[in-house]
Every structure is written in C-alpha cells, then in structure tokens.
Design a protein around this ligand. Structure first.
Ligand code: SAM
Length: 191
C-alpha cells in the first residue's frame, strides 16, 4: 500500500491553496487529514457536521466533498479575510459560514447536536474541550490534527498538546484512536 497516493482531491483545492499562500496562511490541514475528513464525512449521510477554525477552507473543501446531498456543515472562523477565501471557493448551499469568536459561539450554541466535529482552532480543542465533546450526538465523531510536533508550533505549544492528550486519555467514556500519520491525528467516538 502506498498511502501517499491521494486521489479525488477536491476541485477547489488548488485555488484555495494558492490563495492561502498569497495570504501567508501556513496553518491549513494537510491532504492526508483532508482525505480522512472526506471519508468520515461520507460515513455520516444526512449528517450535521461542524468545523471549528475554517481558515481559508482547505479542510472544508474535503469535508464538503464527502458530504451526502442532505448533510450540512457549520464552519466557524473569526478571521474574516480567511473565511472570505473559503466562501469564495466553496459555494454550496449545504455549508453555513459563520464569522464568530468560537469561544463565544461554543458557549452560546443551543442547536441540534453534531454527527461529526473537526476541531481545528484553540476553542473546541485546547480550550472548551468538554463543552465541544458535549455537542456530539451519540455515535458522533470528533477529530483533531497537529498532535505531532509541527514547524509552526509556538514556544510552549508542546505542553498544551500533552495536557490535551492527557485529558482525552483520562476520559473513559470516549473511544479513542491516536494515529501517528499525517500531522498526528486523534479520532474520538462518543458512545
Ligand atoms: C489551524 S487553522 C485552521 C485551518 C483549516 N483547517 C484549513 O484547513 O485551512 C486555525 C484557524 O482557527 C482560527 N481561529 C483561531 N482562534 C479562533 C477563535 N477564537 N474563533 C474562531 N476561529 C479562530 C484561526 O484564524 C485559523 O484560521
């Protein structure tokens, strides 16, 4: 098996990548995480999906590519310049782009729970982790990347990562798989 062979890259992928380079945005999820997100999104037909940290929409493009016609995605980002790139390239009625501070958004969300959450911002991952896990339906999936050391990590970020992994491993109500693949992934299923 050659796991570097990634097929069916989303149509918008190259244009979003170019726009991200122009904006010097270096935090986008990689193609391996993207392909996994597409697969997991496809496993939730009629699913209600959430992404925290849209960025320029690279990961969003993969999630959308996997979604069934009647699935929907909310994606939250506080940087309007970045999310505008995503909105420009991902014109899809199944997707709602929300410009908001995810700390506030998570604390005030009262809608239906989610079948899948890709948490790719500080809020929902390193902060408000429990609140975000509580937003999952039974059988729902929570996915995080960048759990292995990355060149763009700020000083001290490794401590935050360790604390998060300890917190996750301390919860015996969660089914957890850690993958030393891509940028380091953790997939959680809630019973
Ligand atoms: C790791 S990047 C996400 C990259 C994205 N998955 C992609 O593939 O392009 C994290 C994003 O979270 C956003 N972010 C950081 N703090 C936030 C907050 N409090 N509320 C909403 N978004 C936030 C950043 O602006 C950044 O775009």
């Amino acid at each position: 098996m050659n796991d570097t062979m990634i097929n069916s890259i989303p149509d918008q992928y190259e244009k979003i990548k170019e726009a991200g380079i122009e904006l010097k945005f270096n935090m986008a999820s990689d193609v391996y995480t993207g392909s996994l997100l597409k697969t997991l999104a496809a496993s939730k037909p009629s699913g209600k999906l959430l992404e925290l940290g849209t960025g320029t929409g690279l990961a969003t493009s993969w999630i959308v590519a996997g979604m069934s016609d009647n699935s929907s995605l909310l994606t939250v980002e506080n940087n309007s310049l970045l999310i505008e790139v995503a909105k420009k390239h991902i014109e899809d009625s199944r997707v709602e782009f929300i410009i908001a501070n995810a700390y506030e958004w998570i604390k005030t969300y009262t809608g239906e729970k989610f079948d899948l959450i890709f948490a790719d911002a500080m809020p929902g991952k390193y902060d408000l982790f429990e609140e975000t896990i509580d937003m999952l339906k039974s059988g729902g999936l929570y996915i995080i990347d960048d759990m292995l050391p990355q060149p763009n990590w700020p000083v001290g970020h490794d401590i935050k990562v360790k604390e998060l992994i300890d917190k996750i491993e301390g919860r015996n109500d969660l089914s957890i798989t850690k993958l030393n693949w891509s940028t380091g992934l953790i997939i959680i299923a809630i019973k």
